[in-house]
Design a protein around this ligand. Structure first.
Ligand code: HEM
Ligand SMILES: *[C@@H]1O[C@H](CO)[C@@H](O)[C@H](O)[C@H]1NC(C)=O
Ligand SMILES: *[C@@H]1O[C@H](CO)[C@@H](O)[C@H](O)[C@H]1NC(C)=O
Ligand SMILES: CC(=O)N[C@H]1CO[C@H](CO)[C@@H](O)[C@@H]1O
Length: 347
């Protein structure tokens, strides 16, 4: 727009504003998120998405618990160094990896991702990233147990660094308050509602008793001489956890016992999580935290009323956003051949 006429101050302001908008828009298009695209492998590895989908469906039909494992892996991956498959790397002599950090101790599904990746490598060696394989497999696994599906643009590149300390710092802890959770999500470009809808992932899967032990015993919110259970946990449900689900045969507390996150339907992607949460029957303090914020609580109550489709759409949209967090694209990173090790470990 070459014009020799000096701009009046108001039209200067207008064009400055327009320019600012162009910069903002260009930023979102050329930023890493913009470089992911639907069907990134259409030419370089045609059929890869069908290959992943078929393998995942076949296995999830037989072993539905795989779905929760993959969904959580994808989430943990995206929260540390962006969705770059760093979560899949093994520890090395150089350092302890995310995999081996305490909050990650209970992650499952590594073998499964390695098997999908091996299949993909057979079809197209060195083309498809582990980060994309994980993002696609998580999506397909949730769909396979009757949950929603979402768009997964591809083109993620794999990182070469995995650090236990970063996982400790970046993965949300079940003991976190609403404010701590929303602050952490904000650092990933995720809003309050993304927290509310993504927490709905806890409608599937399991938790170890150690993950919510402090809600059952010695909870600081309970008075001395009282039952020390977290008062925000339904009393009958808490008693059942203490006396049955988390009780070792010896009578002590069974740290390693596992409990269904959504009792009765932990293999089905449904509204069970929000319905249980409404009744204060969720295992984690971070779940209960959603009820401590009036707006989040209203969201929980409205989505719990159904139908499933409303939650599905909201969850799908937030998952699509989660899958783009701080991704590496273009010439960044590498396409790992084996998801557990970087291509040139000597570097
Ligand atoms: C909001 C913060 C979150 C916290 C504090 C949190 C924490 C946890 C904890 C402590 C467990 C139980 C681990 C165990 O004891 O074995 C768990 C399980 C799980 N989480 Fe989360 N989580 C959060 C958000 C999410 C998100 C956003 C997703 C996915 C979108 C997710 C997906 C899952 C799944 C699927 C399981 C079950 C895993 C299995 O069956 O092995 N979580 N989470
Ligand atoms: C990564 O670690 C797992 C578990 O320790 C092991 O079974 C696997 O062989 C390792 N993978 C590589 C490529 O070293
Ligand atoms: C026990 O809990 C009740 C209700 O929360 C409270 O009123 C009472 O003061 C507590 N007792 C003690 C000894 O802390
Ligand atoms: C394999 C590994 O690194 N395990 C660690 C998990 O976390 C506990 C503490 O909770 C450590 O003691 C382990 O070394």
């Amino acid at each position: 727009m070459a014009t020799s006429r000096p701009l009046s101050s108001s039209s200067w302001r207008r064009s400055a504003m327009a320019m600012a908008m162009v910069v903002v828009l260009a930023g979102s298009v050329t930023g890493a998120r913009g470089q992911l695209r639907m069907g990134f492998y259409d030419k370089s590895c045609p059929g890869v998405e069908r290959l992943v989908g078929a393998f995942v469906r076949q296995h999830v039909d037989r072993v539905p618990t795989v779905a929760a494992a993959l969904l959580r892996l994808h989430f943990h991956d995206c929260f540390v160094r962006g969705c770059d498959a760093s979560v899949l790397l093994n520890s090395t002599a150089g350092g302890v990896a995310e995999k081996d950090a305490p909050p990650n101790l209970t992650l499952r599904g590594f073998d499964f991702v390695d098997r999908v990746k091996a299949l993909v490598e057979e079809a197209c060696p060195g083309v498809v990233s582990c980060a994309d394989v994980l993002a696609l497999a998580a999506r397909d696994a949730v769909a396979a147990i009757g949950g929603p599906s979402w768009r997964v643009p591809t083109g993620r590149r794999d990182g070469t660094v995995s650090s236990m300390q970063e996982a400790l710092d970046e993965i949300p802890k079940p003991s976190m308050s609403f404010k701590q959770l929303t602050d952490l999500f904000a650092t990933k470009g995720l809003g309050v509602r993304d927290l509310v809808w993504l927490s709905g992932a806890h409608t599937i899967g399991i938790a170890h008793c150690s993950s919510f032990a402090d809600r059952l015993y010695g909870h600081p919110g309970a008075g001395a001489g009282n039952d020390t259970t977290d008062p925000t946990l339904d009393a009958a449900y808490a008693a059942n956890l203490r006396r049955r689900k988390c009780r070792a045969p010896s009578g002590g507390f069974a740290e390693d016992a596992v409990v269904e996150m959504d009792p009765g339907s932990h293999l089905t992607f449904d509204l069970g999580y929000y319905r249980a949460l409404r009744k204060h029957r969720c295992l984690l303090q971070s779940d209960a935290a959603l009820l401590t914020d009036p707006a989040a609580r209203a969201d929980v109550e409205s989505v719990a009323g159904g139908p499933d489709e409303v939650f599905f759409q909201l969850f799908a949209r937030s998952m699509a956003t989660l899958g783009t967090v701080q991704v590496k694209t273009g010439a960044e990173g590498e396409i790992r051949r084996n998801c557990a090790v970087v291509n040139s470990p000597s570097n």
